[in-house]
Design a protein around this ligand. Structure first.
Ligand code: SF4
Length: 345
């Protein structure tokens, strides 16, 4: 440990005791500490891999071993041989990593980094909902709790959802949870009539069609690219709809010079890095706040990341019966994705 950050034992024990209420280790860090160098040191010393979602702040993306969307992150978590997985994302993502890696330590910088979409499907209410539709199988978007996963038959992400649905016989009725916007979009794309749970993401529901239309007048050559968690009205006018990774690839490979991006603003960092000559404009929300920044994702900071790696707290733990039940539909997703050539073996 760097001698700039020697923490008295009683301070550390107090911070650990309060981690459930605070969500993170509330310890002051010497401002002279080079957090980037410290995080690199900890990765090596502890054989830890740092996985970060595209919606994390740029500093965290830059220090990560792997940056991706939910599908890519789940796949990395499934194949890593690191002893510790540090997950710079939200709680359900770190939970997914733990479900796939029961014998590894999984750390999350802030336990309170939740997800409004996952929260919109409480397990007890969903179990009642499911019971009303006998004979249906459940396909759940990965943005849900371990309890919802355990009630599901197959998990999907926005990258593989179409293929997952197509792998199910046409006459098999399906419940789709928890995102009604993604579910509605998939019903249109696949011609199915899936029963939809009424959940949504607070970030993707906030875009204003009116403001996007005005922005397009000011930038007539800009293409609108949107995540399928956006409302139908926005998706209908989009030039391209896709998962975070698909939006990134499209923005790099497409010939246009300007894009209005309707998803969480964190992805603009990679878009700008990978296509520095292009212009990326965040789609405006329907009020003046920065509501297209996910407040849950942005709870993670470089300081919290360093502290959780140094002291291996907060850690994700899970009941083994729940973990096994939640694992089955994730493994099914990975199998179908592999067979469809969406991810490597
Ligand atoms: S952007 Fe939406 S779906 Fe993603 S973590 Fe934030 S609240 Fe959840």
């Amino acid at each position: 440990m760097n001698n700039l950050n020697v923490v008295p034992d009683e301070v550390l024990q107090r911070a650990k005791a309060n981690v459930d209420s605070n969500g993170y280790l509330n310890i002051e860090i010497d401002p002279r500490l080079d957090l980037f160098a410290e995080i690199e040191r900890l990765k090596k010393e502890k054989n830890a891999i740092l996985l970060a979602h595209y919606y994390q702040e740029p500093d965290i993306q830059d220090v990560a071993d792997y940056i991706g969307d939910s599908l890519g992150l789940a796949q990395q978590a499934a194949k890593t041989d690191a002893d510790i997985i540090v997950f710079a994302g939200v709680h359900f993502m770190a939970e997914t990593a733990k479900i796939l890696n029961p014998n590894k330590k999984v750390l999350l910088p802030d336990l309170k980094a939740g997800c409004s979409l996952a929260d919109s499907a409480p397990a007890d209410l969903f179990a009642h909902f499911k019971a009303k539709y006998p004979g249906h199988i459940v396909i759940s978007y990965i943005n849900c709790t371990a309890e919802i996963k355990a009630l599901s038959d197959i998990i999907c992400t926005s990258s593989n959802a179409e293929k997952i649905i197509e792998s199910v016989p046409k006459d098999q009725p399906i419940i789709f949870a928890p995102d009604k916007n993604l579910g509605g979009y998939l019903n249109k794309k696949t011609g199915r009539n899936m029963v939809l749970w009424n959940g949504a993401c607070m970030v993707h529901e906030i875009f204003s069609l009116e403001k996007i239309t005005k922005l397009k007048v000011r930038h007539p050559k800009a293409k609108l690219i949107a995540h399928p968690e956006c409302e139908d009205a926005v998706l209908q006018v989009a030039d391209f709809v896709g998962s975070t990774t698909q939006l990134l690839k499209y923005a790099i490979q497409d010939s246009a010079e300007e894009y209005i991006v309707a998803t969480e603003t964190g992805i603009l960092h990679q878009m700008q890095k990978d296509a520095p000559h292009k212009t990326f404009i965040p789609a405006p929300p329907n009020n003046s706040c920065a509501c297209n920044d996910c407040p849950h994702m942005k709870l993670n900071t470089l300081e919290k990341l360093y502290l959780c790696m140094e002291y291996e707290t907060p850690e994700i733990t899970m009941d083994e019966t729940l973990r096994k039940a939640a694992l089955k539909p994730i493994e099914r997703m990975l199998e179908i994705s592999r067979a469809a050539g969406l991810i490597g073996g």
